[in-house]
Structures are given as structure tokens and as C-alpha cells.
Design a protein around this ligand. Structure first.
Ligand SMILES: NC(=O)NCCC(=O)O
Ligand SMILES: [Zn+2]
Ligand SMILES: [Zn+2]
Length: 464
């Protein structure tokens, strides 16, 4: 048996901050104790965490490695994307296996296993994406829940691609109400947006900034409201992904106050970037095309408030990188052809730590939003997302005083720009352990493709 001790750090979980040492036996946390009690421990490896925070590895519940979109594929493979995640202190991702239209969900899951298995540097799970709901798919959902794929994303946006109509959504929600799955919703009124897109293009408004204008916050709020009502009728829980607008938060807040099991996620891009990025020089705005879109700055105050009040409960990245050269450029003459998505899997923990420094959230809330709640929401807790005896030894030794400047020059994501280029932030993951193995240490990468394991997940911890 191999034994590792992490000595001298400040152990931070969602509920506690204590000066404590951590004992790891093989791939599991064996004990956490005060330095006085831990003095007797012996180990093969001792990691000095003096001056560092000791936190659980990040859980990013929303990534899209190699996702097909707009005639191209997200530029991070599972190999490059999970390596970048590890550099940034994230030790678990949950990616989305897409049901191809006209085919089975199982085919989508198998295709995702073919992309991810033997390639990931960290542990990984899958959600399903339902893009063609019918009787067969509803039955497949039941089987997949039994196999550890316990959440399914649906789209009220992107007609003709991933879109589901209200009847399909209601049926999938009814099924989820029965089998314990969690429906994740991309809530934007895609039918109305497509009308506005057509009108904009017909009027010659083809630049990236028009992406932000046609995707009105009210169309996010309307879809969020509709999804909440459908979930109430179906008797199912609901998790709204990438919430960006004040008006959508209000819908989620109201439903939660009425006791409905509705949860919301936002992403760093909505907290740190604004719609103004879409109006950058030349075609640069294309780098910031994502859906839901970036919003005017005033929405950020609502997002931070909702993260503090728990009306939004998770910060994931929606990591969906497309290179500017050759990929974002597909929409040079038509903003609707710009592949949607922003990179960020490497930067999430650091950006959120910078928000701790800025006073938006506390240290414990940082851990809760980035590690613990996503693990609980998607059936991985207490194995992931916390530091406790019996949990997987996914641990980050975090330097809260390190200064860094985010840049494509230094990041590890396979994409030719960084959405936060030049941003100076405080904090950095120095040492990262995944199941007891040191995979990043003081600027050296020690992981390898294929060491990450597929995670069969339980159902949502907030509903049992
Ligand atoms: N969000 C985004 O723009 N791209 C990824 C696909 C999605 O999550 O809708
Ligand atoms: Zn989406
Ligand atoms: Zn997404």
C-alpha cells in the first residue's frame, strides 16, 4: 500500500476550514487530523502544503470535448481537454454524449466511450443529450440510468439540430420523474431566435455582435419559465444550464421559493465577460460567440447574488473550444454560422478564486460551487467533490497568493485563443492529485492519457 501525507495546509471544504493534515492510502483519503494528532503518521511521500489551501479536486459538470457543431468539432480531444483540466485543478469532468438525430441514444453513448476511453487524464462521466425523443429513447433512458448515466440534456434552442419541442420535453421529463434522472435544459426560445436571426441576416447584419442582440434575455427567461412549468406538470426535477440573464434567474428563484426542485448553473464567461466582447475589433467578437450569449454587465451582479443565495448552485465551464483560425472563421460572413462555444476548463477554479479575493464569494462557497455541489447534483458525492475519509483522493494544493496572467501562450487547452487573454488573477493550483496520484506538481505535468476512469454515477443527491 502506498501512503501520502499532505502536511501543513488549510483544509477547505464546503462546510469547514481547518488547519489539518491529510493521509492518503493508495487512491483514497484515509484520515484528516490536526497536525498534533497526525504527527505519528508515516508515509512514502510527504507533500508540504504550508501556505496553501488543500481543497477537493474540481468537478466540471459541463464540458464538450470533440463536440460536433456547425460542421466542425470542438478542438479539445478528451486527451488534451482533460490534461488542461488537470493543470487547472479539475479532476473530474462530465461530458455530453449526443444522440445522433434518427439514431439511438445508445449509439451516442458508445461513440462517446470510443472518444474518451483510454484517453482521459482524469475521471470522467457522461450526461446524455436527447436530440430525437421517441418511445425508444425514453426506454433507453431507463437503462442508462441503471448504467450510471443519470442526467440528460435537452435543447429548447437550435431548431433542426438538437432542438426538442414541448411535447418531447414533457415526455422526457415524465420519464425522468419515474426513473430518477435529472433533466438539464438549454433554455432559450430557439424558434423565436431563428426568426430574429433570419431578419438580421436579411438586413445585412452579419457581424458577431448580432449574435448577442438576437438572443434576447427575455427569450432565455421565457424558455426558463416554460421549462419550469413543464417540469412541474411532469413531476420531475430540472437543472437549467448556463444561466446568463437576470430575468431567467428570477424564474428559477420563484420556482425554488415555491418549493419546486429546480436548480441553476452559470459559467465563468457570464461572470467575467460581457456582450461588449462580441463587438471587438475585426472579427474578434467571434471568439465570444456562445449560447446563451454574453450579456450586458448589469447581469453580472444578479449572477453573483444568485450564487451567494444558492438560487444558482453550480459553476461549470460549458467548455466548448473552437479555434479562431479555421473554425470561428466559418461564420465570417454570417454570425449564425460561427460555432458556438467558449474555452475555459483550465481556468474555472482560478477565476472563481479571484472572485473570492474580490469578495464576491467566500472560500467555502468557492469549493461548494466548483466541487461539492456539482458532485452532489450528479451523483458523485461523497466519492468526489469533498475531502473526507473514504473519498477518492482527488486533492488540490492551491496557492492563494500566486499571481498569473491568463493567456493562450501559456494555457494547455487545444485552442488558439484564451477568452480571458491578459487577465491578471490571484491563485493557482500547484499540486493536483487524482485518486492519490500526483498528476501536476509545481509546473510539471505527471499525468498520462488513459489513467482516468469512467464514472458510473448515482442519481441526484438533492432529491433522495
Ligand atoms: N454553449 C455553447 O455555446 N456551446 C456548447 C453547446 C451548448 O451547451 O449549448
Ligand atoms: Zn447549451
Ligand atoms: Zn454546453
Amino acid at each position: 500500500m502506498s501512503r501520502t501525507i499532505i502536511r501543513g495546509g488549510l483544509v477547505i471544504t464546503a462546510t469547514e476550514e481547518t488547519e489539518a493534515d491529510v493521509l492518503i492510502e493508495d487512491d483514497t483519503i484515509a484520515a484528516i487530523a490536526t497536525p498534533a494528532l497526525a504527527r505519528e503518521w508515516t508515509a512514502d511521500t510527504v507533500l508540504d502544503a504550508t501556505g496553501r489551501y488543500v481543497i477537493p479536486g474540481g468537478v466540471d459538470a459541463h464540458t464538450h470535448m470533440e463536440m460536433p457543431f456547425g460542421g466542425t468539432f470542438a478542438s479539445d480531444t478528451f486527451e488534451t481537454g482533460t490534461r488542461a483540466a488537470a493543470w487547472g485543478g479539475t479532476t473530474t469532468i462530465i461530458d455530453f454524449a449526443i444522440q445522433p438525430v434518427g439514431r439511438t441514444l445508445r449509439e451516442g453513448v458508445e461513440a462517446w466511450h470510443a472518444k474518451a476511453d483510454e484517453r482521459c487524464a482524469i475521471d470522467y462521466g457522461f450526461h446524455g443529450i436527447l436530440s430525437d425523443v421517441g418511445d425508444g429513447v425514453l426506454k433507453e433512458m431507463d437503462a442508462l440510468v441503471g448504467e450510471g448515466i443519470t442526467s440528460f440534456k435537452m435543447f429548447m434552442a437550435y431548431p433542426g439540430v438538437f432542438y426538442s419541442d414541448d411535447g418531447q420535453i414533457l415526455r422526457a421529463m415524465q420519464q425522468a420523474g419515474d426513473n430518477g434522472a435529472l433533466i438539464m435544459m438549454h433554455a432559450e426560445n430557439g424558434i423565436a431566435i431563428d426568426v430574429l436571426v433570419r431578419q438580421a441576416l436579411d438586413a445585412g447584419r452579419t457581424a458577431p455582435k448580432h449574435h448577442g442582440r438576437v438572443r434576447h434575455p427575455r427569450l432565455e427567461a421565457e424558455a426558463t419559465h416554460r421549462a419550469i412549468q413543464l417540469a412541474a406538470v411532469a413531476g420531475s426535477p430540472l437543472y437549467v444550464v448556463h444561466v446568463s440573464a437576470t430575468q431567467a434567474i428570477a424564474e428559477i428563484t420563484r420556482a425554488r421559493h415555491e418549493g419546486q426542485p429546480v436548480f441553476g448553473e452559470t459559467c465563468p464567461q457570464y461572470l467575467f465577460l460581457t456582450v461588449d466582447e462580441l463587438d471587438g475589433p475585426g472579427f474578434d467578437g467571434a471568439k465570444y460567440v456562445c449560447s446563451t450569449p454574453l450579456r450586458p454587465a448589469e447581469h453580472q451582479a444578479s449572477l453573483w447574488r444568485a450564487l451567494r443565495t444558492d438560487d444558482l448552485s453550480v459553476v461549470s465551464t460549458d467548455h466548448c473550444p473552437f479555434c479562431f483560425a479555421g473554425q470561428k472563421e466559418l461564420g465570417r460572413d454570417d454570425f449564425s454560422k460561427i460555432p458556438n462555444g467558449i474555452p475555459g476548463v483550465e481556468n474555472r477554479l482560478d477565476l472563481l478564486h479571484d472572485a473570492v479575493v474580490a469578495g464576491h464569494i467566500t472560500r467555502r462557497r468557492w469549493v461548494e460551487l466548483a466541487c461539492t455541489t456539482p458532485a452532489r447534483m450528479f451523483g458523485l458525492h461523497p466519492r468526489k467533490g469533498t475531502l473526507a475519509p473514504g473519498s477518492d483522493a482527488d486533492v488540490v494544493l492551491y496557492d492563494p497568493h500566486a499571481e498569473q496572467v491568463l493567456s493562450a501562450e501559456t494555457h494547455h487547452m487545444n485552442v488558439d485563443y484564451n477568452a480571458y487573454e491578459g487577465r491578471r488573477i490571484t491563485g493557482r493550483a500547484r499540486t493536483v492529485l487524482s485518486r492519490g496520484e500526483v498528476i501536476v506538481h509545481e509546473g510539471e505535468y505527471r499525468g498520462r492519457p488513459g489513467r482516468g476512469r469512467f464514472l458510473r454515477r448515482d442519481t441526484c443527491d438533492y432529491l433522495t
